[in-house]
Every structure is written in C-alpha cells, then in structure tokens.
Design a protein around this ligand. Structure first.
Ligand code: UT7
Length: 325
C-alpha cells in the first residue's frame, strides 16, 4: 500500500502583548523615528502585531502551538516521533529549538531538528517531514514555525521594524493511506543573501557585526511576486491540477500587496486567499501555520479542501506545498 502524509491537526499561539500601529508609532516617535498608521496600512496591510515578553523564546511559543495541534489531532506527546521547528530566531546557537521544545513537551526520543530557511522555513519543514513519513523514517510529526523576530528588529530603522511580529503555528502530520501532501516545490538562490539578512555572528564570546535585521524591501518585493507564481504553477503541474482546483491559497504573510499580486497572476480571487497579516504582521516561518490554524478554527478552511501554501524569504528562498486537508 502506498504511504502518504496528511495533516491531522493544527494549532497556533500568539504572545499576549498586542501592539497596534498607533502604539508603535508612539513608541517610535519617542525615539525620533517618524512613521504613521496610514503608511503602514497602505504599504503593507498591517494593523497590529504581537511581541513576546522578556524571557519568552521561540520554543515557548512553539510549545503552545504544538500542544494545540496535538489536541486537535487527538494525539499525545508520546505519539510523536519527529519534531521539525522552522525558525530564524532560535533559543540558542545550539542545541536546536526543536530539541528544547521536545523536552518541554515531553515527547523525548524521536528525531528533532531545526530548519533555517527564514520565511520559507515552514514549507521547507513540511516538505522534509512529508518525505520522511512517505519513506518510513517517521510516522507522526510535529511541524512547527516559531519566531521572536522582535528580538532582531532595529527599532531605529522604520523601513523594517514596523513589519514584523512574534508567534508560532504547528501542524501534526501523520502517515496516511490517502494523500494529504500532493506536491511541493522548493528553491533558493544564494546570490541574493544581502537583500534580507541578519549579518552578525558570534566569535570569541562576542557578537561581531550587526545582529539586527536589514532588508532591501523593494528588491525582496520584486523577486517575491515572480517566484511565488512559479512555485505555485510547479506544484500544480506535479499534482496534475490547475488553478481552478485551489480552494484556498495560504501565502506567507509579509505584505498584502504581494498576496494580491500573486493571486492576480494565478487568476485567484482574493476571496480564496487567507489573510492574517493585518493582525499578525510578518511572523516569518510562523506566518503560514498561524494563518492556516486561524482559518481552520474560524471554520473558513475545511477538511477535504485543496490548499496552496507558499513561502518566500531570506536566502533568497521560496517554495510551495499543495495539499489536501
Ligand atoms: O518576509 C520576507 C519577505 N519580505 C517581504 O516580502 C517584504 C517585501 N517588501 C515590502 O513589503 C515593501 O517593499 C516594504 C513594505 C518593505 C516597503 O514598501 P515600498 O512600497 O517598497 O516602499 P519603499 O521602500 O519604496 O519606500 C517608499 C517611501 C520611502 O520614502 P521616499 O524615499 O519615497 O521619500 C521610504 O523612506 O516610504 C518611506 N518609508 C516609510 N515612511 C513612513 C519607508 N518605511 C516607512 C515607514 N513609515 N515605516
């Protein structure tokens, strides 16, 4: 019998501190940085984001999302034999956030590792988990995107600090006799390392270079729209489906204008696009599973529907996963 993988539960978690554009505009004004609610809403679609409190790490946010996904799937931590955490804001240099989270969850013993593909991290992690399940390397996986991007923001740079937020999303992915994940398509082009990066590193016990996020926004924007269309079409070809078969597109939540452009190129109505960027900002690897869980729990997205998940981000990385929920 052919072996596939299928999502059996979703979960998400946002830290309680909600920061509206008005809150952020006031905080930045106190630093002498000028921005406005109008600019942020018009250029990005973001109205609010959540920031984690001091001492709260990606593993803590991911843990709450994982617990909710397990509950939705009707599974216990001991049922899990693989944990993949997609994050660019790990708790430590090492060990992996996945190992830390595994221990907090009490799911010790299975494989656990992090994936670093920035905002494409979740589609990378889901693709890896799917491959491991299909080839018998795992049977029940937790695939998690968790970030505390507020820790790496430069609050003196208005072109980036208004864009990002903290949060986590998770899915339980299980071996199945019927297909859940239908196709995926991953890419990277390392020549664009400099357009979105945190260039600092640790050496001799000190941080060397700039440890804060820097981005050439317009360059990222331009690349993102083209590659998201390509990745979507590639998954449709692999799964022998067409745009008309997509019930929902759940793209990386970076900017409403990127989502609108991608939808237009794929001839998808915005009514078929799940949008949470307004309330979450850009939560990097957490944004897709967060949006998926919000859509599932609100009753918008339902079992049996065909979903296109799409990520794009630093690296430059991009990819898509087409699945039947
Ligand atoms: O998650 C990984 C993927 N990341 C992304 O997908 C991000 C992609 N990029 C973007 O979403 C957009 O490029 C941004 C939202 C980052 C910027 O929007 P834009 O329409 O490309 O604006 P811009 O960078 O071309 O800046 C336009 C103007 C500039 O002023 P001048 O030079 O025209 O006078 C900026 O200085 O807006 C100014 N500006 C701001 N003004 C008020 C930039 N940031 C702000 C701000 N408040 N926060």
């Amino acid at each position: 019998m052919k072996r596939y993988s299928r999502i059996t539960g979703t979960g998400s978690y946002l830290p309680p501190r909600r920061v509206t554009n008005a809150d952020l505009v006031a905080e930045l004004a106190a630093r002498g940085i000028e921005t406005s609610d109008e600019w942020i809403v018009e250029r990005t679609g973001i109205a609010a984001r959540h920031f984690a409190g001091d001492g709260v790490f990606s593993s803590d946010l991911g843990l709450e999302a994982a617990k909710r996904a397990l509950q939705a799937a009707g599974r216990k931590p001991r049922d899990i034999d693989l944990i993949i955490v997609a994050t660019s804001t790990p708790d430590m240099v090492f060990p992996s956030t996945a190992c830390i989270l595994q221990n907090k969850l009490g799911a010790n013993g299975g494989a656990a590792f992090d994936v670093q593909a920035v905002c494409s991290g979740f589609v990378y992690a889901l693709t890896i988990a799917d491959a491991m399940i299909r080839t018998g390397g795992a049977s029940r996986a937790l695939v998690i995107g968790a970030e505390v991007f507020s820790r790496i923001l430069d609050f003196n740079d208005r072109t980036t600090c208004v864009l990002f937020g903290d949060g986590a999303g998770a899915v339980v992915l299980e071996a199945s006799a019927t297909p859940g994940i239908l196709a995926s398509d991953l890419h990277a082009d390392g020549k664009h390392v400099d357009i979105l990066c945190v260039p600092g590193h640790v050496s001799g016990g000190a941080v060397m270079g700039n440890p804060l996020l820097k981005m050439d926004g317009p360059a990222v924007f331009k690349l993102a729209v083209g590659v998201l269309e390509d990745a979507a079409r590639a998954t449709l070809v692999k799964a022998q489906l067409t745009e008309a078969d997509i019930d929902w597109m759940i793209p990386h939540q970076a900017n409403i204008r990127i989502m609108q452009s991608t939808a237009k190129r794929l001839k998808l109505s915005m009514n078929k696009v799940v949008v949470t960027v307004d309330q979450h900002g850009n939560t990097s690897a957490a944004s897709i599973p967060l949006a998926l869980d919000v859509a599932v729990r609100s009753g918008k997205v339902n079992r049996g529907e065909t979903l296109l998940l799409e990520g794009v981000g630093g690296g430059f990385t991009w990819g898509a996963v087409l699945l039947n929920l």
